[in-house]
Design a protein around this ligand. Structure first.
Ligand code: TXA
Ligand code: MG
Length: 319
């Protein structure tokens, strides 16, 4: 199948919302990475989405909403600190985990009693979800638009390369402005009496503590399943190495202060942590396009978003 990406104009957004309602799949940009969207209430559409991703069906998927007043449809026992987080950081790169309502079926939650919700800030994502809502839709389930275990896509072309052979004429890939963040949303478990970060992202522990006034717990203390927390993930075909000096013929991803040894192929030289996050996934993909065998990565130092970047690099490098 040679599906093409379409510019996310008003007309294309209308078509995409209709496609979702009819049970087709729509890949769309968010401020973190591209998602592969499906109607969160359509079991057949969700089953196909898992097939296209080649993802185990017991992995839960995040439901994307256009406003926080849709939370109560999917979740129960929404705590005060969760409401504070929503007010401060939605729309934005933050997913909250709640106890599920009866509307959140096993095919969404992977059989768990919790459900993950997020209001993204990317204008195309918001417009799509809003139009879908006008057609009676309740939420757009969307994992990252990559095959299971592979690198998340940060542009429409990467989605096409990754998934077009599994998509049909009725599915769509919407092309929009590049994700401003570049790594996946922070996942925060809100089912306990304190927030627990299950996956680090652009909404940092300090931001969560400042907003809620609560101390944040570490994810090792919980038994919830997070697919990105399986050790190997976010992996290109090339081998990712974090230690040692780069050798001739290898790719190199490092901050701009690191020089490129001769014979080494520079894949990215970000000048800030924010730019590092935006460039990381396309640089990993570029190595595969060039057919490189090895990518040497010098991770960023420091707190905040650098923690999320190091988390993804470590996973992409694990065997
Ligand atoms: O930034 C993002 O979150 C992107 C964009 C598209 O929104 N989405 C994304 O989805 O990264 P995905 O499926 O690739 O990763 C979502 C993670 C998975 O590891 C999943 O296990 C976890 O969220 N998750 C979803 N619902 C959950 C739940 N009820 N309990 C625990 N983890 C959950
Ligand atoms: Mg993913």
């Amino acid at each position: 199948m040679t599906i093409k990406a379409s510019k996310a104009t008003g007309t294309q957004l209308e078509l995409a919302a209709k496609a979702l309602r009819l049970g087709s799949l729509v890949a769309f940009p968010t401020e973190t990475v591209y998602g592969l969207g499906a109607d969160a209430e359509n079991p057949l559409a969700i089953a196909r989405m898992f097939e296209v991703k080649n993802r185990p069906t017991n992995h839960p998927v995040i439901i994307h909403l256009s406003t926080e007043d849709q939370v109560d449809y999917w979740a129960v026992q929404v705590s005060d600190f969760a409401k504070t987080l929503m007010r401060d950081y939605w729309p934005g790169p933050m997913t909250l985990i709640f106890s599920r309502s009866q509307n959140a079926n096993d095919f969404i939650t992977g059989g768990q009693d919790s459900v993950g919700l997020r209001v993204p800030s990317h204008p195309v994502a918001l417009a799509l979800i809003e139009k879908f809502r006008e057609l009676g839709g309740r939420g757009v389930a969307a994992p990252s638009a990559n095959r299971y275990g592979a690198v998340s896509p940060t542009d429409a072309e990467a989605v096409r390369v990754e998934l077009s052979e599994y998509l049909t004429d009725n599915d769509m890939i919407l092309d929009g402005q590049r994700p401003a963040v570049g790594v996946e949303s922070t996942i925060i478990d809100c089912t306990q009496d304190r927030p627990i970060v299950l996956r680090p992202g652009a909404i940092t522990v300090q931001m969560i503590e400042k907003s809620t006034g609560l101390s944040v717990m570490r994810s090792e203390d919980t038994l919830l399943r997070v697919s990105g927390s399986h050790k190997k993930h976010y992996s290109p075909k090339a081998q990712v190495l974090v230690d040692g000096k780069s050798q001739t013929g290898e790719g190199l991803i490092a901050g701009s202060h690191v020089e490129t040894p001769s014979g080494v192929i520079r894949l990215a030289s970000p000048t800030s942590v924010e730019e590092y996050a935006r460039m990381l996934y396309s640089a990993l993909r570029q190595a595969d396009v060039l057919g490189l065998e090895t990518i040497r990565v010098v991770p960023p130092v420091g707190e905040g978003l650098a923690i999320a970047i190091r988390d993804r690099i470590t996973r992409s490098a694990s065997e």
